[in-house]
Structures are given as C-alpha cells and as structure tokens.
Design a protein around this ligand. Structure first.
Ligand code: T1G
Length: 653
C-alpha cells in the first residue's frame, strides 16, 4: 500500500490500481481530499503498469459529499467538478467501489467514474437541496443521463437517498454485492473492463429531454412542496436548460447556479442548521469516558395523549414498554390510543403491519406500579401538577430497581422538586417530549442539579434511538422552548389589545414560514389549558373566549370560527370582543404595519433566548435554534431564532 499523503493510498492488484481515501469521519471532499484524489488519479493515468483503477474509501462510508464547512469560503483549486472531469476523461477504466452513503459530491464523483459497484447495504443520494444548494459537480447533468429526467428531478428536489437495490434497478449502479466482497468485485470488474479498454463516460450518454411543458407541470405539481426555497426550482432550471447544451457548457451553467445558491440566505441558514443539529450532542462533562446506562424496558406512567405518544415512540424503536394507569378505563383508553396510532402508521405506509403488531406485542399495560420494578427507565407522563408528579416520584422510587433512571415529562415544572422526592436525585432527569410525542423530533433533556453525566448520556442515546434530536436544557421554568413561547404569546396578546389584528398576526407569522400563527396554535392546543369556569373572571381575552365556550378547535370556535372540516375563519365576534376589552382596559389602539407585527412577535422571544443563553439554561445559541426548528416549526431556511436575531442585529454583538 503506497500512502501518498496520509489521505490517499494507491495499492495495486495485478494491473488494477486501488485508490483508497481515508479522511474520517465521512471522507468529505474537502480541499485536501480533492487534491489527494486528483494526484492519485493522475499518478494512475501516468502509470503504464496499471490498466484500470478502483476508487474506494476507508471507514464508514464512501465520500459523503463536499465539505460543508468549506462552503462560503474562498474556493480552493481543484474544485470538485474538475476532479470528477479528470476521472471521467481517463483513458483507462475507473470503477467506484461504494459502501455506506455516497451522497452529494460523493455520488457525483461516482457518476464520473465509468462503472459503479456497490455494497448491498449502501445508499446514495443528492441531498444538496436540504442545504439550499444543487448538485454542483455535474450531478444535474449526469444523473438524468443515468436514471432519466423524472427520477433525477425527484431525487434532487427531494434530496432523499435511495438504497443500492433501487440504484441498481435505475441503472445508477452496475452491480451490488455482499459488503465483504465489494473491493474484490470492483477490482475484478476493473480488470474485465481493462481487457477491452472499456471506459463508459456518463457525459456521452445522450439524455432524453422531455417537452417543455413537462417541466412546467413538474413545477406546478411541486409548487407547494418547494415553498419559497430557491434551490428546488433552480435544480429544475439546471436540468431543463442544461440538458440541451453541450456537456461542458451545461456544467458551466450548473456551476453558476450552484455558486448563486451557495451565497443565498437560505443556504447559509440551512448549513448553520446542519451543524447545529450535530452540535447539540456536545455537552460539557459528557465524553467518550461517560458510560451510558443500558435501557431496554421502559415504563411510562400515564396513558393520556403524551404517555401514549411516548409509549408508541418507544415501541416503534424496539423497546418493551410497561404502560401504567390508575384505572382500568384509563388504561384501556390509553392502550387503544397506542393501537390507533400504530394502525395509522400502517395505513399511512410509515409502518408495516408486522412491525405494528410487533410493537403492540411489546406493550404491557398495567395498573400496578410494581410492574415497573424491571424497568431500566421510567418516564412519568402524568397530569402537569407538581404535587401529583411529586407523589409519583416518591412512590416509584421505592419500587424501581436501584439503577433505574426516573424521568419526568414536564413542560415547565422544576425537575429538582421531583428529584428531591426520591433517594436517587442523580438518576432523575427531565424528558420534555413535544406533542404528538411519536411524531415531533425535539426532546428537551432537562438537567437537574444532581443529574449524573451518565444519565444525560443515556437520555441522548435514547433520543437518537427514538429518532429524536436531544437538546440539553438547564432546569428553569419553561426550560428553553416553552419559556420563549410564553413570551411570544404574551406579545401577541398585547399586540391585539393595542390594535393589531389577530388574523394579520397569524398571516404574517405563516408568511414568515411558521406552519401556524400563534392564535391558530392556541386554538389547536385549546384556550382552556389551565382555565376553570369557577375561577374565570374575564381577566384576559382568553378567559372571555372560554367563558363564551369558545375554547378553540375542540369547540369549533376560539379566536377563529371553524366549519365542520375545521377550516378557520376570522370571527367578527372575536374582533368586537377584543375592541371592547381594549376599551374596558383603556388600552390605546393603533394600526400596525406588517414589519412592526413581525418584529413585535419575534424580537422579544429572541431577547428571551439571549437571557436563556446568559443564564446557562442553553449551552449555545444554536441549541436554541434547534429547539425552535424541531419543537415549534421555526422555518429551517431561516436558521432558527438566534441565528435570525443575530442577522437582524437584535442581539448583543
Ligand atoms: N461536510 C462536513 N462535515 C460533515 C459532512 C459534510 N458533508 N457530513 C458529515 N459531516 C460531519 C458532521 O458534522 C459530524 O461532525 C460528523 O461528520 C458525523 O456526521 C458539489 C458541494 C454522511 C449520513 O449533505 O448526511 O456535496 O459533529 O453525525 O449520523 O454537489 O453526516 O462529529 O464534528 O451526521 O453517521 C452533500 C451530509 C454535501 C451529506 C452520516 N452531502 N452528511 O451520518 O454522522 S453538499 C451531504 C450526512 C455537496 C456537491 C456539494 C451525514 C451522514 P462532528 P453525522 P451520521
């Protein structure tokens, strides 16, 4: 094995060269890797003892794309298109040996090779669109040549990966083999091709170009899905306008579009989020030396909406779940909720019937805390009442095995109070799930004063197994997300008293990119959370609405009127109620511009985020971004509240 530069090693098997790139963690095609590949390929070209080349990667995966950390910085030569073109123009056959995930520039490099052999477990895709980009190393011109325009457009505008078998059926891969024989087979194929000096340049394939109105139809059909993001439409443009051109002109055109997108606000924000979602796992005091605790049996106390959702999330991830309720009726209702959610998964195609049945088979309904004695982790998901929760912790502390972790699913409450009710404070942690718990990806892990590092590490691993994104939060009221949500709601309520129209506020929030504005969210959640008729005194707009039995979607009336399909409509009665309330409270009303409303909605919550950061409740600003993107629908392509606040100069420098 001849190591060329610590990254590339060029081995020979007979008259076949084997280039192995080793650049952990994912062989990203940063400058050093691109240079190493180029030098090695040029060395292969000049080596008359070699008739063919295999390009492979060491470690967990074939090239996983360009190095996202380099984006936006001054480009360093050679760029990736140049490297791919040198490979493709080789006079001798070049075979890609693909394992792991050949993504983005990695797949583009593979498409510049003449043949592609993949491990059966491999996957591939062009996820650039998820970064607000397009495949900028020939992908928009080579993929349509290999798999056809329609499939290529779907792959590039969705950014979704496909498995090796599908790639094989599409003609993207030439062979798929058992993982352990990948290199051998790639070398053998290279040797076979060398005999006939067969190179097969993707660029030479004459693409089938659909009629113009097919592209128009594609854009119309996908308009909603593409939303406001420029990248998907630019991908369609690259294919539509590039394919008829000579290949070099087409890839030059592609590069221009790629660089434009690279400098777009959307892409810069999406690249920020990419790393933010990975940085959340970096928690001081938790390192490779922290040994997480084993979890296979999970107890869930409370089979209401949250408890059932948590149970489904755990069951779908393969855990066995003991679901405990106080009464037979509540338990049966909770079990039925679990079964219904799993059935919905099957009917939506997200779950197979057998997987749903297996999950349900791992559910053990119970009326006895004693059944929790075997649980490795017990999640209390009872009513949001501190006394109720405290008594549960005191009771289960006596039953749970010594090493069991006790977690509370609370939205706001003090985790240390519950820890204090046990003899194991170091094993008590908050696990704040977001409803619906089996769908929402965010999990706030609330660190109590005594919570041990291995408990936090266990919670992080649990989150990943549940397919969630864990963000560690300090133990303060509302933790990270809900504390900021309370501020946004307070501001929205004040704005409507001061003359802003609630329906305009929602429109502006939804135009910004939120799936729902604050008043539609309130109607969905229910205006009567924490409200009781006996104590209600018309002290707030919300109390007035509840007193009129306008408690939100559930009563087909809240801030909005709802038809039988729950379509919302502004309510003249609500507008009048707000005006009368303002008059009663002597609040001066005025007109509000859209910009004033947007700033009024976002700036106070972002300033609250800064306080959360200053108080150490959040470890980093980007953690707050992740919380709001995955817990509250902040549009990814705007980077998150703290990213946005920094861009708007609303935060201290
Ligand atoms: N660039 C830089 N760093 C990357 C990276 C990349 N492309 N991919 C991963 N990392 C880092 C990541 O930040 C983390 O670092 C570590 O690797 C492990 O990642 C012209 C230019 C490959 C499926 O979009 O989808 O090609 O936190 O935790 O869960 O068209 O990483 O440890 O310090 O995600 O096993 C296109 C992005 C780029 C693929 C592995 N490629 N990566 O998942 O590990 S644009 C992508 C992934 C492009 C060309 C353009 C995943 C993964 P740290 P991880 P994982």
């Amino acid at each position: 094995m001849t190591s060329l530069d610590g990254i590339a090693a060029l081995d020979t098997r007979g008259r076949v060269g084997v280039l192995t790139i080793n650049s952990p963690p994912v062989n990203a095609l940063g400058h050093a890797v691109r240079l190493a590949v180029l030098n090695a390929v040029q060395a292969f070209e000049a080596n008359e003892t070699l008739d063919a080349l295999v390009i492979a990667c060491a470690g967990r995966t074939f090239f996983a794309g360009g190095d996202i950390r380099e984006f936006g910085k001054p480009p360093l030569s050679p760029n990736l298109p140049q490297v791919v073109n040198v490979i493709e123009k080789s006079a001798k056959p070049v075979v890609a040996a693909i394992h792991g995930t050949a993504l983005g520039g990695g797949l583009e490099l593979a498409m510049g090779c003449h043949f592609r052999v993949a491990a059966q477990s491999a996957a591939c895709g062009l996820p650039e669109v998820k970064l607000g980009l397009l495949p900028g190393a020939g992908g928009t011109q080579r993929l349509p040549r290999l798999v056809g325009v329609s499939k290529a457009l779907d792959m590039m505008t969705s950014g979704e990966s496909i498995g090796a078998a599908e790639a094989m059926n599409l003609g993207l891969f030439d062979e798929i083999v058992p993982d352990h024989v990948l290199l051998d087979r790639a070398v053998a194929l290279a040797g076979e091709k060398a005999k006939t000096q067969a190179t097969r340049r993707t660029r030479d394939i004459v693409p089938e170009i659909p009629p113009a109105d097919d592209f128009d139809r594609y854009l119309t059909t996908h308009a909603k899905k593409f939303g406001k993001l420029p990248a998907p439409r630019t991908i369609v443009q690259a294919v539509r306008e590039g394919l008829p051109l000579a290949f070099e002109a087409a890839t030059d055109f592609e590069r221009t579009l790629f660089l434009d997108l690279m400098n777009s606000d959307e892409s810069m924000a999406l690249r920020h989020v990419f790393f933010a979602e990975r940085d959340v796992l970096k928690v001081p005091g938790i390192g490779s030396e922290t040994v997480p605790l084993p979890v296979s049996r999970i107890g869930v106390i409370g089979a209401g909406t949250m408890g059932a959702g948590i149970a489904v999330s755990a069951l779908q991830a393969g855990f066995s779940v003991i679901l405990v309720e106080q009464t037979e009726g509540a338990l049966e209702k909770g079990r039925n909720t679990v079964a219904k959610i799993l059935d919905r998964g099957v009917s939506s195609g997200r779950l197979t019937r057998s997987a749903a049945d297996a999950a349900l088979g791992n559910l053990q309904p119970s009326l006895q805390y004693h059944d929790l004695a075997s649980a490795d982790l017990i999640i209390e998901a009872a009513f949001e009442d501190p006394d109720v929760k405290k008594s549960i912790f005191s009771a289960i502390d006596k039953i749970a095995k010594p090493e069991a972790i006790l977690a509370t699913n609370t939205s706001y409450l003090d985790v240390d109070v519950f820890a204090g009710a046990t003899t194991r404070s170091e094993k008590v942690v908050g696990l704040h799930f977001f409803s619906p718990a089996n769908i929402m990806k965010l999990l706030e892990i609330v660190r109590g004063k005594q919570t041990a590092p291995e408990v936090l590490a266990t919670a992080q691993i649990l989150a990943k197994k549940l397919g969630k994104i864990p963000v560690v939060a300090g133990n303060a009221y509302g933790f990270i997300g809900n504390r900021m949500l309370a501020v946004r709601r307070r501001e929205a309520d004040q704005m409507i008293l001061a003359g802003a129209d609630p329906y305009a506020i929602d429109r502006i929030a939804e135009d910004f990119g939120f799936p729902m504005g604050p008043f539609r969210v309130s109607d969905l959640a229910g205006l009567d959370l924490g409200w009781t008729a006996s104590t209600s005194k018309s002290a707030t707009i919300r109390e007035c609405l509840c007193e009129l039995d306008r408690r939100g979607q559930k009563t087909k009336a809240g801030f909005y009127d709802y038809d039988h399909n729950l379509n919302p409509a502004p309510s003249p009665l609500v507008r009048k109620l707000i005006e009368d309330f303002s008059a009663r409270e002597h609040v001066k009303r005025r007109t509000w511009s859209d910009q004033e409303i947007l700033e009024g909605l976002l700036r106070p919550m972002i300033e609250e985020g800064q306080k959360i950061l200053d108080e150490g409740i959040a470890l980093r600003a980007s953690d707050i971004d992740v919380v709001w993107i995955h817990g509250y629908g902040w549009p990814r392509w705007r980077g998150g509240p703290m990213y946005y606040g920094a861009k708007m100069n609303w935060l201290p420098a």
